[in-house]
Design a protein around this ligand. Structure first.
Ligand SMILES: [Zn+2]
Length: 289
């Protein structure tokens, strides 16, 4: 909620931006919603047409929004108006800022130079160079110009600058607070919505083990991910290694062949020995029987 403008602020707004004629209307509109233009006309004691003209002027500053509704009895449209305080504050702020810039330039100009005025107060005020060009004579009445003591004016400008700076700072602080409040409100809204949907989900899944299955799925996928991310510990065998392996196999087969050959030759030798010694042969035959 934007703070309403004070009467002084509305007066400033009227004087500096929208014009004094709109002040009474703004006073009637501020802080209310959808005010009927018929009622506004009645209160200001002017015709509906005239109130519409004023309202359109306000609308040209984006200070009012309207809704229209058909009057069931009379059959024509009636407009309902709402004053925009945010826009009003922005307008006032910007106009104050402009004024501040202007005063700052003016004070620089005033403090750094001399001015000459006509003693007859016909509004003539000239800088040093222009006054000299005219021979220090007033171009309106011909009187001799006098040096203007602008000390009072300087003080007045200084005060206005200070006041404006304070007012602008207040407005900036207020705006910041409003924005922070709006953010907080939005955050709590989101939190509430989340809590609500969580509660809804919880009530739907009452008794079911969906939560657990979901957890286990999450676990599975996470382990999968881990496995994917881990570099392979077993490298594919290099060409050299395969060659080595083949060699090994070959040699081992050769070795086994050699061994078997050796074994058979040993048997043969043993047989021969037996043949050589008939006594042993007899013994063996006996055992076999
Ligand atoms: Zn004069």
């Amino acid at each position: 909620m934007v703070k309403k403008l004070s009467e002084d602020e509305l007066k400033d707004l009227a004087k500096e931006v929208i014009g004094d004629e709109l002040y009474p209307l703004v006073i009637l509109l501020q802080g209310r919603k959808n005010v009927s233009e018929v009622k506004l006309a009645e209160k200001l004691k002017i015709s509906v047409n005239n109130i519409r003209t004023l309202l359109y002027r306000l609308n040209s500053f984006n200070l009012v929004h309207s809704k229209r509704k058909k009057d069931k009895k009379k059959g024509w449209y009636i407009y309902y108006w709402t004053f925009d305080s945010v826009e009003a504050r922005n307008l006032l702020y910007n106009s104050k800022k402009k004024r501040l810039d202007y005063l700052k330039k003016k004070i620089k100009n005033e403090a750094g130079s001399e001015f000459f005025i006509c003693p007859n107060k016909d509004g003539v005020r000239l800088g040093f160079e222009s006054a000299m060009e005219q021979g220090f004579k007033c171009h309106e009445c011909g009187s001799l110009l006098e040096r203007d003591d602008n000390a009072k004016l300087l003080k007045k400008i200084e005060k206005e600058i200070k006041d404006l700076e304070i007012e602008l700072k207040e407005e900036e602080d207020r705006k910041k607070r409003d924005e922070e409040l709006a953010i907080k409100r939005e955050e709590s809204k989101i939190k509430r919505a989340r809590a609500k949907s969580r509660a809804k989900r919880a009530s739907k899944k009452k008794g079911s083990s969906k939560k657990q299955t979901r957890k286990s799925i999450r676990k599975k996928t996470s382990t999968k991910r881990k496995a994917k991310s881990k570099p392979r510990t077993k490298k594919p065998p290099s060409k050299k290694a395969t060659k080595r392996a083949i060699k090994k196999r070959k040699t081992s087969s050769k070795k086994s062949k050699i061994v078997s050959k050796r074994k058979s030759s040993q048997k043969l030798r043993a047989k021969r020995k037996i043949v050589k010694r008939p006594s042993l042969l007899k013994k063996i035959i006996k055992r076999k029987k």
